[in-house]
Design a protein around this ligand. Structure first.
Ligand code: DQA
Length: 147
């Protein structure tokens, strides 16, 4: 069975209490559980990881090579700043879907630029927790799993 790493970046551990008007009341544990159950339905397995540290996220991306068939990444604010995370994704050559709970294109201009977008197979933004299940569906289709 194909395994996917679902990575969450800075401040996403605070989901549930963090700006609920923007991100809703769903917790990171809820999202990770949703990813696990959805993945099982579509023939994927999921490993989850969250870190507030750029280097730890990069280490996890490196370690995914040879272990996982693809990546789902919500890099949080690093989306808009981190050339290092972009380079890590480009380096491991794993199909990667970029995910955001909020519609970053409808928010402040500094959120409109994503470094990750240039190395991802696609981006899903604005659907809350459903962004993650849509990302898993997209990755499964890309990998030809469950087809
Ligand atoms: C986010 C959007 C980012 O701009 C923000 O910095 C986050 C969360 C989202 O999921 O909507 O931390 O990635």
């Amino acid at each position: 069975m194909s395994s996917v790493l679902v990575l969450n970046g800075p401040n996403l551990n605070l989901l549930g209490t963090r700006q609920p008007e923007v991100y809703g009341s769903v917790t990171l544990a809820d999202i990770e559980g949703l990813c696990r159950s959805h993945a099982a339905q579509i023939g994927l397995t999921v490993e989850t990881m969250q870190s507030n540290h750029e280097g730890a996220l990069i280490d996890a991306i490196h370690a995914a090579r040879g272990t996982h068939a693809g990546l789902v990444i919500n890099a949080g604010a690093y989306t808009h700043t981190s050339i290092a995370i972009m380079d890590a994704v480009a380096s491991v050559e794993l199909p990667t879907v970029e995910v955001h709970l909020s519609n970053i294109h409808a928010r402040e201009p500094f959120r409109h630029r994503s470094y990750l977008a240039s190395v991802a197979i696609g981006q899903i933004a604005g659907f809350g927790a459903t962004s993650y299940t849509l990302a898993l569906d997209a990755l499964a289709a890309h990998l030809g799993v469950g087809a």
